[in-house]
Design a protein around this ligand. Structure first.
Ligand code: SF4
Ligand code: SF4
Length: 370
């Protein structure tokens, strides 16, 4: 899509006409790196509800309508619900170049991970170019994030996007937009802020100031380090998984082919940064939490009390199945459940397994080998 010559991509066309776009362009921007097709690629790794799709749109509009680049964006997601993995893709190229691809960005220069839990479940590093950068919404330092990623040859950045979003009454995507602009080395913060102003400011003017502050803080508070010389691993080329069955060879009856999938499925990545903490000393075993929990996360056991009478007692929460809806906290009458900001490793340390005999199996039913 060309900003001022050819037809713009549909998302942008709906927002701003071509002739209007031309008036916003102040100067043309040089891309710091391009792949062998002439593109600078960005992949946003997120879950539904964090606003990655909108962030991709805003980035594309800033680059194309306000920075004199050409480009396109689109997102791919499975079921449209909160918590499902989402990938948003943005590519930029020189203004004169046509965009003749709409495939996913498999060899990105920049990956932004909106939810740190995705590092465990999604191949976030795949295809990252050796000169590329990955930035993660995390409480941790860049070197801790780098360790957790397997020490890839890349620039690694960390920004505490959730804390900033909470403090500024904004959303994670606005903070991550600031961090992406900074890590890219060429996306102008003023261009992105103008798009935020034109879109959000139009619809929700009362939210504009807090979102612009969140953007600025994301830009300023991103900590970025270059590990390309100390790296132990080179990111692998991206390989898309082909589904085992298509519409021609799927078994009749819509059977779920993954044995034990309900018990093995890991929902923890759906949490938005908060989880319920359990305080056994305040619990009266009333089970109101269990009544409201949509995912049967509470683990119970029969225990003999001091007087010899058997009673059912709440042992804790299996965080593998907890999606962080926090309904249980509202239900608890004794404050035995509280909302906590999720820190790396908390869930693993405090989880009480609902199916202890299945521990050590992966989601496809294979046993882990260490
Ligand atoms: S937050 Fe509470 S109610 Fe919601 S899934 Fe987790 S344990 Fe269940
Ligand atoms: S609702 Fe609160 S007091 Fe009742 S069983 Fe659950 S944690 Fe314990």
């Amino acid at each position: 899509m060309h900003a001022w010559q050819g037809p713009p991509c549909p998302q942008i066309l709906t927002d701003t006409a071509n002739s209007v776009a031309k008036t916003h362009i102040k100067s043309r921007t040089q891309l710091p790196q391009t792949d062998n097709q002439g593109f600078f690629g960005i992949r946003l790794e997120s879950i539904g509800g964090l606003g990655a799709h909108v962030a991709g749109q805003i980035l594309a509009q800033a680059g194309v309508l306000r920075m004199g680049l050409n480009g396109a964006n689109f997102s791919s997601y499975g079921s449209e619900k909160k918590g499902s993995p989402v990938k948003a893709y943005v590519r930029f190229c020189a203004a004169e170049q046509e965009v003749r691809t709409s495939s996913p960005v498999d060899r990105p220069h920049l990956v932004a991970v909106f939810h740190e839990g995705l590092v465990r479940t999604e191949p976030v590093l795949w295809g990252l170019l050796p000169e590329g950068a990955i930035i993660v919404n995390s409480l941790r330092s860049p070197s801790q994030v780098w360790d957790g990623l397997g020490r890839p040859a890349a620039k690694v950045g960390a920004v505490n996007a959730l804390a900033i979003a909470v403090e500024e009454s904004s959303r994670v995507n606005t903070v991550m937009l600031g961090a992406v602009a900074r890590a890219s080395g060429f996306i102008k913060p003023e261009a992105v802020k103008e798009v935020i102003q034109a879109t959000l400011g139009e619809r929700y003017p009362q939210l504009l100031a807090s979102n612009l502050r969140a953007f600025d803080r994301g830009f300023q508070e991103l900590a970025l380090e270059d590990f390309s010389h100390a790296a132990a691993a080179v990111p692998q080329n991206y390989a898309r998984h082909a589904p085992p069955f298509g519409y021609l060879d799927a078994p009749l009856g819509g059977a779920v082919m993954n044995p034990g999938n309900t018990a093995l499925k890991d929902l923890s990545v759906s949490r938005n940064g908060f989880l319920p903490a359990f305080h056994r000393e305040r619990c009266v075993d009333c089970a109101l939490c269990d009544l409201v929990c949509p995912d049967f996360c509470f683990v119970w056991a029969v225990e003999r009390k001091g007087d010899g009478v058997e009673a059912i007692r709440l042992k804790g929460i299996d965080y593998q199945f907890c999606k962080g809806c926090l309904k249980c906290i509202d239900a608890c009458p004794t404050l035995a459940l509280s909302t906590e900001r999720e820190e790396e490793g908390y869930a693993e340390r405090h989880s009480v397994p609902l199916f202890p005999h299945l521990q050590g199996f992966s989601q496809n039913g294979e046993r882990h080998h260490h």
